[in-house]
Design a protein. Structure first.
Length: 80
């Protein structure tokens, strides 16, 4: 069993049953539940990126798809 520190930086795909490392962040919100600026996230591996994106897009929830490395990169003062 993994300790909490072992899994702290693990990013696993959000697709049901998938245990692959995530490489994409799918930013979304449900306009009936969330304010327009609120972003929820799902993680996706390369194999499930399109499927999860389509699931969210059909419902009008998908706002952005970003590479995980880019999403996690700290913003510099000049990016603000």
């Amino acid at each position: 069993m993994n300790s909490p520190n072992d899994s702290e930086n693990v990013t696993i795909c959000s697709a049901k049953g998938c245990r692959a490392d995530a490489v994409w962040v799918l930013a979304w919100n449900n306009p009936k539940l969330h304010t327009p600026d609120r972003r929820k996230t799902w993680l996706a591996c390369d194999e499930h990126r399109e499927h999860l994106s389509q699931f969210l897009a059909v419902r009008g929830f998908l706002k952005d798809v970003v590479a995980l490395a880019e999403w996690e990169r700290p913003r510099s003062a000049s990016d603000s």
